[in-house]
Design a protein around this ligand. Structure first.
Ligand code: UDX
Length: 438
């Protein structure tokens, strides 16, 4: 089978490499010629564990190719995936410009039946717009070529993208015809052979599933952050509460960690878009709106704790920051809580010395020299008044507190991810605060 995947971002590139690994012939397309040129040279546009090896092997073995020109492969393609970006508009709704442009390009150049599958996260009701965009172009050409549209949302997590794609909890596919169902089932057969379920449904339900799943996960996080903040005020320990709650199988133990707020390319964007869909349809999503509001507030929490530690005056204070990316194992800085904390610290007159194992280049690209970038975690704490942990990279878990104590001039530690043992910090003479517990 031959497929094309338009958009070589996280989802597009990972999907392309994984389909190729299963023996499918894949063409990855992107309008960004610099990106495609780099991919031709074997340079990955993103950091994702295992991706480079997978891409290089499949290119070498001839199952994976890259091009800027979708039209060049359409005649041999059974399925075209659209995995382009859907950035939020100012009002929080998803911007469909790129998704519809792919549909128009397909309509302008297709010469035989194919299925156009939307893999990007798009609001419910996008599929008819995609269909219409293709049809309008076919009408302009005066040709009548049958095609199908389908929805196939992607649930992979950054940092574990390949494992998630290869061993999915489920594959969700929305279709409108028996022919499209057969093609999609065939395409995913190598994955479902391993026992992973494929759930074929109607298109609006598939579109909705993605938003509902992400919004539910984001809800768990905001809920726990709310509980954590209350725990602090009533003298409870959110870690104990989490374990106590999570032991109930109806609640489950995953995704209940309080912290300094969720970030990334999906949760913030999808929560906003779902809230917007609610308003558009005359049904404001009150839970979802609260989830977002709680998260916005939570992104300030590390800053507020630092402010409190220095009696409301951070002028001239040096803050060491460990971790910048929105979560470990990625260089993705989109909606990272660290950016909010940095902004607030600078506004308050503090100086930031940061270290992140992977995300410093990307941070520099975004905020330039507003902060000092340090060569390792110990350099970051030199002469610092406080250390703030924003991302729980493994290498930050067991630092040498005696070295850090000597290097710092004041001894405050604010832990945005609850990873340290308070006794150990106390024994080393630090004032330690974390989220939702003493
Ligand atoms: C998420 C979904 O998990 C994935 O299914 C979807 O396809 C895309 O969005 P991702 O954005 O890669 O994936 O990140 P994820 O690992 O889910 O973490 C999101 C954010 O939540 C991170 O900022 C993380 O630190 C935070 N988080 C996660 C918590 O604060 N507490 C938790 O218990 C779990």
């Amino acid at each position: 089978m031959n497929i094309a995947i338009v958009g070589t971002g996280y989802v597009g590139l990972v999907s392309g490499a994984c389909f190729a690994e299963m023996g499918i012939n894949v063409t990855c397309v992107d309008i960004d010629s610099a990106k495609i040129e780099k991919l031709h040279q074997g340079i990955m546009p993103i950091y994702e564990p295992g991706l480079e090896d997978l891409v290089l092997r499949n290119v070498r073995e001839g199952r994976l190719q890259f091009t800027t020109d979708l039209t060049s492969c359409l005649d041999d393609t059974d399925v075209v995936f659209s995995a382009v970006g859907t950035p939020p508009d100012e009002d929080g709704s998803a911007d469909l410009r790129y998704v519809l442009e792919v549909a128009r390009t397909v309509g302008r150049h297709m010469n035989k039946y194919l299925v156009l599958v939307t893999k990007s996260t798009v609001p419910v009701g996008t599929a008819p717009k995609v269909r219409m965009a293709v049809q309008e172009e076919l009408d302009k050409r005066g040709v009548n070529i049958p095609f199908d549209i389908a929805s196939n949302p992607e649930f992979l997590k950054e940092g574990a993208a390949i494992k998630d794609f290869m061993s999915p909890d489920r594959v969700v596919v929305g279709v409108e015809s028996e022919k499209a169902r057969e093609l999609m089932e065939r395409l995913y057969r190598p994955f479902t052979l391993n026992g992973y379920p494929i759930l074929v449904m109607d298109v609006p339900s598939a579109e909705m599933t993605k938003y509902a799943a992400n919004a539910m996960l984001a809800t768990r996080i905001s809920f726990m952050n709310d509980i954590a903040n209350l725990c602090e005020r009533v003298g409870a320990n959110v870690d104990n509460v989490r374990k106590g709650m999570g032991s109930d199988p109806r609640i489950g133990k995953h995704f209940l960690y309080a912290g300094c707020g969720y970030g990334g390319s999906c949760f913030p964007k999808d929560v906003k878009a779902l809230a917007h869909t609610g308003i558009e349809n005359g049904y404001p999503m009150r839970v979802i709106e609260a989830v977002e509001a709680v998260n916005e507030a939570q992104k300030n929490i590390v800053f507020e704790k630092l402010l409190r530690a220095f009696d409301g005056d951070l002028r001239g204070k040096v803050i060491a920051m460990w971790g910048l990316s929105f979560k470990p194992e990625t260089d993705d800085m989109r909606e990272a809580p660290s950016l909010v904390v940095i902004e607030k610290l600078i506004e308050a007159g503090a100086v930031v010395r940061a270290y992140d194992p992977i995300a410093m280049e990307e941070t520099h690209r975004r905020i330039g020299d507003k902060i000092t970038y340090c060569k390792d975690m110990y350099e970051a704490v030199i002469d610092a008044d406080a250390l703030a942990l924003l991302t729980e990279w493994k290498q930050f878990r067991m630092p040498s507190w005696s070295i850090i104590r000597k290097a710092m001039r004041n001894h405050v530690v604010v832990d945005g991810r609850n990873i340290y043992d308070p006794k150990e910090l106390q024994d080393n003479g630090f004032t330690y605060s974390r989220i939702g517990l003493k």
